[in-house]
Design a protein around this ligand. Structure first.
Ligand code: SF4
Length: 273
């Protein structure tokens, strides 16, 4: 993941996973003379992100790592709270869809501005297998994109994503954070109940309690299946391999307009009505 890296952008939420990732990456990359910059996306969720941001500021300042903050408000014109307070007919997607799409957009945007050559994402083993299972349950057919490193298509416009924590269970990360004395505010996003993920998380956790080892087996299956699917995707003539530049923002996309710009347009148009 680090081979050839010179400057890594570390996606930082301020929670325990991103704190552990930043701490360990700093430890590992310092002797390698790789520069780190933490990138924090503030979605504008009152009572949640504003409580966690101080933790991110504290750790980055202790480690002497620059922190770059980007807000939904600056980037797309609305905080997530503002979007969710709009009339339901004016926002056709769920909170987690707006949040996920705009967060990816914000991270890519910040990573390009900062000139990083890697973007480290703090997905742990639990996040990875929850995503895997959600993909299957929704029949999203996105397995070809699932990789611990990189994405489906090699293209200079994509900044390589790395997931250094992908084999580590969430519980172990929490334990490590406690042992290291990282302060973490345990607050839950007020929109969490709207998502599909909590159901999948609870199901996997209860299965793991009854049949220990299930999570590691799922991860192994995910890696093996993902590898086969991405190999056959690479050998195929799929139109999704063709990468265009979004006509509005220039970001890479398989269509003409990227998903973020489509969502931004939809919100602006609806607001004027
Ligand atoms: Fe965003 Fe949904 Fe996670 Fe809240 S629960 S931070 S809205 S993805």
């Amino acid at each position: 993941m680090l081979k050839g890296a010179k400057h890594i952008g570390v996606a930082m939420s301020g929670g325990k996973d991103s704190q552990v990732m930043l701490y360990l990456l700093n430890k590992i990359t310092k002797p390698m003379k790789i520069k780190l910059t933490a990138i924090l996306v503030d979605e504008g969720i009152n009572g949640y992100r504003d409580k966690i941001i101080p933790e991110a500021k504290k750790l980055t300042s202790e480690l002497g790592i620059p922190l770059h903050i980007v807000t939904f408000k600056d980037l797309v014109g609305h905080s997530l709270d503002e979007i969710m307070s709009m009339d339901k007919k004016d926002r056709i997607e769920s909170s987690c869809t707006y949040c996920g799409v705009f967060r990816r957009y914000a991270l890519n945007n910040a990573a390009k501005k900062l000139g990083v050559d890697r973007l480290a994402i703090g997905h742990n083993l639990d996040d990875m297998i929850q995503g895997y299972m959600m993909n299957m349950m929704r029949n999203e057919n996105l397995l070809f994109r699932f990789k611990p490193t990189g994405g489906a298509v090699e293209d200079d416009r994509f900044i390589m994503r790395i997931r250094p924590l992908f084999k580590i269970p969430e519980k172990e990360l929490a334990l490590y954070a406690v042992l290291k004395g990282f302060k973490s505010v345990f607050v839950e996003c007020p929109y969490v109940g709207e998502g599909f993920r909590p159901l999948v998380r609870d199901f996997i956790n209860s299965t793991e309690s009854k049949y220990p080892g299930t999570k590691f087996k799922m991860l192994q299956n995910y890696i093996e299946t993902g590898k086969k699917v991405s190999e056959s995707f690479a050998a195929s003539n799929s139109t999704e391999k063709k990468i265009n530049s979004c006509e509005k923002c220039g970001e890479p996309t398989s269509g003409k307009i990227c998903k973020s710009c489509r969502l931004i347009d939809q919100l602006r148009i609806k607001r004027k009505v």
